[in-house]
Design a protein around this ligand. Structure first.
Ligand SMILES: NC(=O)c1ccc[n+]([C@@H]2O[C@H](COP(=O)([O-])OP(=O)(O)OC[C@H]3O[C@@H](n4cnc5c(N)ncnc54)[C@H](OP(=O)(O)O)[C@@H]3O)[C@@H](O)[C@H]2O)c1
Length: 283
């Protein structure tokens, strides 16, 4: 049984590789764009560029199970759609037995423009030929709301268009460990797994991390607050405000037990998941 992880130099990909090494004695291959870059001991780094699927076909030729890490390639979802579609095709043509694909949480209720490619990616992996497992997760969610806490701490109050909003953040480390567990567990073939944090939290709890009050505002007030206090262009502030529509709605607001089940231990709580990202946020 051989395993490969795409994007093996990235934060998420390298964490999956490290976790995978604790779960299997089998070779672990990481596909990367620059195999000359220093990596982890005991990992075989092979060239693999989503923009050059032939490299991935070659890298995956003797691989049984691959994690196709549908990472972030910028705000335009068509860029990820093209790249990850090519990677899935390359894996199938290489003859892998099983593809594990990272997707986005609660896809049916996700209205965020930047994630609208994931439905097609899920359909593509299901039709590709190899067995598949889909891991729906929001790796960057903790970071997105950690920014609220960091900005709130600077201003003395947490300001966000998040009245009655709830989210279920988890740590990238837990998600990476769960992805590794899914890679070594072929009984998950054909499963679409929703990996959320273990609890739902709101913005009062986020504000409590910094010991400050939460003030709910509407989108326009939020944009003005961000532009005035942090000097961001209005277009960027509007993109940030757009995230909250899903936080206020039902998107991923209900925790599942799947993450803890895969980890075989309780997942990190939502508040702790955000706190860990606050601690490493650039000042
Ligand atoms: N569903 C999810 O929520 C989900 C899952 C995974 C990641 N993400 C998000 O994606 C973002 C980045 O994740 P990360 O931690 O893996 O990324 P990261 O640390 O920023 O690294 C990006 C990764 O993408 C790779 N990459 C970029 N262009 C590529 C290409 N053309 N072909 C092959 N690989 C390419 C990079 O490879 P090089 O090392 O060669 O530059 C690197 O491994 C985060 O914001 C994370 O939240 C989301």
């Amino acid at each position: 049984m051989t395993f490969a992880v795409t994007g093996g130099h990235g934060e998420f990909g390298s964490a999956v590789v490290a976790q995978l090494q604790t779960l299997t004695d089998q070779p672990v291959v990481a596909t990367v764009r620059d195999p000359g870059k220093p990596g982890a001991a005991g990992v075989e780094y092979r060239p693999g560029d989503f923009d050059d699927p032939a490299t991935l076909r070659a890298a995956l030729a003797d691989i049984e199970t691959v994690l196709v890490n549908a990472t972030f390639f910028g705000a335009d979802p068509s860029r990820r759609l093209a790249r990850v579609t090519a990677a899935i095709g390359a894996a199938a043509e290489a003859g892998v037995r099983r593809i594990v694909l990272t997707s986005w949480s609660d896809l049916e209720r996700a209205t965020m423009p930047t994630v609208q490619d994931y439905g097609e990616l899920e359909a593509t992996v299901k039709a590709a030929g190899p067995a598949w497992t889909i891991l729906r997760m929001a790796v960057g969610l903790g970071d997105a709301v950690a920014r609220d806490v960091v900005w709130g701490r600077q201003q003395g109050e947490l300001v966000a268009p998040a009245k009655d909003a709830t989210i279920t953040p988890s740590t990238p480390a837990d998600l990476a460990a769960a992805a590794a567990a899914a890679l070594v567990n072929p009984s998950l073939d054909g499963a679409v797994l929703e990996l959320t944090g273990p609890d739902a939290i709101g913005w009062d709890e986020l504000a409590a991390i910094a010991g400050i009050p939460f003030r709910a505002v509407d989108d326009d007030e939020f944009v003005a607050w961000v532009v005035t206090n942090f000097g961001l262009p209005e277009a960027v502030a509007r993109q940030l405000a757009a995230l909250y529509a899903d936080f206020r709605g039902a998107w991923a607001g209900t925790p599942t037990s799947t993450l803890g089940d895969l980890l075989g231990r309780p997942a990190t709580s939502g508040v702790d998941a955000v706190r860990l990202r606050v601690d490493r946020f650039p000042a």
